[in-house]
Design a protein around this ligand. Structure first.
Ligand code: NAD
Length: 422
């Protein structure tokens, strides 16, 4: 960049003027600025209110995964992401799952945890007891903050108190257990945690620092199961290969990270389409995967007595339909309408099914032909574009690379050069 990144009053400028500043400082061309300024289906004034210092937007393609049957209901599933082959894989896996009835999913309810950190407590165990004795008062104070949530049957329902041994000495940590209904719940829970903090200081005689939701949402779990017919998925070898793949992930964190990443390909793509907090979902998933002290797969795969393959997924799924971008982003609202879910838990259940489907698709490909064949075929067009192909040339270059089984950037460049000469 040219000049200092200190731009006083940048936040106060209208979007267009912010863009002018960025253009001047970075040498962005008119064309580059125009594509950045395009906020797609998100009106620019909404974008400007959603976060700070907005200059534009970035759009992902949204595809619709077909064939999903979850708890006996059919769903068209919107998925937004940049990675080729995910939507195709989900649709294909969902089709195979249908043979045995699709996905069955249950959930533990929309329950989140709000933590309050108390330090410098003289009698941590005594403070814990006193907090528990005054639970009703603390819960009432929390619930007074959100009459709307309480009127809908949600609100702070319980209080858990931990005493932690830390490198800075003992800490008392009361935790509000909050039913957040159709909200993801971070704002609701954080407001409650902040409101009860003075009371917590008075009861414990300590000092409160942090008051914040936990993204390890282990009281907001979804559990999905699907039976995959042995013959429909490629026979006994495929079943065995997938069970071996799972065993590998269970034994080795290096493999497990990629196993779980495959699950999140599906979960996060639906989450982006539906305007969810994907950082919260990732944090929840991976912390839950590590809850035993070892990083483990979020799914299990077994062969049943008939020789069919049974997949199970269990993970936190903190999603909402009220609040956040789910409410303010018009494209997310349209995606939620396509999906047709009526509650946050229904959304969570569909997302669990998609995560399980995605994991199945990846393991099936890995345990048989490898993922590169299907993946690279779909990726060939991206490579063609990055090698400079435009218009009709994109498909010509991609097709040629697939035929030659040389789906590589250097070959794409040669083909682009050849075709440009013609
Ligand atoms: P919110 O505060 O916008 O909406 C929740 C409120 O909506 C509830 O408190 C309730 O009063 C009302 N409401 C109306 N109808 C409801 C219904 N049917 N069910 C439940 N509540 C209903 O949003 P939120 O869900 O509390 O917070 C989510 C936002 O917080 C996300 O944008 C997230 O990114 C952000 N956030 C996340 C973290 C984190 O995950 N660590 C921290 C801070 C903020």
């Amino acid at each position: 960049m040219q000049g200092s990144s200190e731009v006083p009053g940048f936040y106060k400028l209208p979007m267009e003027e912010r863009m002018n500043v960025v253009k001047k400082l970075t040498g962005l061309s008119e064309e580059e600025a125009r594509s950045l300024a395009n906020t797609g289906g998100l009106p620019s004034d909404v974008a400007d209110r959603m976060i700070e210092n907005v200059v534009g937007g970035i759009a992902f393609p949204m595809g619709i995964a077909v064939n999903f049957k979850v708890n006996g209901r059919d769903y068209l599933v919107p998925m937004a992401l940049e990675e080729p082959s995910v939507v195709a894989a989900a649709s294909n896996a969902a089709k195979m799952a249908r043979v045995k009835g699709g996905f069955s999913v249950t959930n533990t309810g929309p329950v989140m945890i709000g933590q309050i950190q108390v330090v410098e407590v003289k009698d941590p165990q005594g403070a814990r007891t006193r907090l528990l004795e005054r639970k009703a008062e603390i819960l009432k104070k929390a619930n007074d903050q959100d009459p709307m949530l309480v009127s809908l049957g949600g609100g702070a329902k319980d209080l858990n108190v931990k005493v932690l041994a830390t490198i800075k000495g003992p800490m008392v940590v009361p935790e509000l257990i909050v039913n957040t209904g159709d909200a993801m719940g971070a704002n609701a829970v954080n407001t409650m945690a902040e409101a009860v903090a003075p009371m917590v200081e008075e009861i414990t005689g300590g000092r409160v620092f942090l008051r914040i939701i936990s993204n390890l949402a282990d009281r907001r779990l979804v559990r999905a199961t699907a039976v995959f017919d042995r013959d429909a998925i490629g026979g006994e070898d495929t079943v065995d290969g997938i069970v071996y793949a799972y065993a590998f992930a269970d034994a080795d964190p290096y493999r497990c990270a990629t196993h779980n990443k495959g699950i999140m390909n599906g979960v996060i793509a639906v989450a982006i389409a539906c305007g969810q907090d994907i950082r919260a979902l990732e944090a929840g998933a991976h912390s839950y995967a590590s809850r035993t002290g070892k990083y483990k797969p979020l799914t299990t795969w077994e062969k049943d007595a008939n020789g069919d393959l049974v997949g199970r997924l269990e993970m936190p799924m903190a999603v909402g339909l009220v609040g956040g971008a789910a409410k303010t982003h018009p494209v997310a609202r349209a995606a939620i309408k396509i999906l047709g879910v009526k509650t946050a838990t229904e959304l969570a259940e569909v997302m669990a099914a998609v995560g399980l489907a995605q994991n199945f698709a990846a393991l099936r490909a890995l345990a048989t032909e490898g993922i590169q064949r299907g993946h690279m075929k779909l990726h060939a067009r991206n490579i063609a574009v990055s090698a400079g192909a435009t218009g009709k040339m994109i498909d010509l270059v991609a097709q040629k690379m697939v035929e030659e089984k040389k789906i590589r950037f250097d070959r794409a460049k040669e083909l682009v050069e050849d075709l440009s000469k013609k």
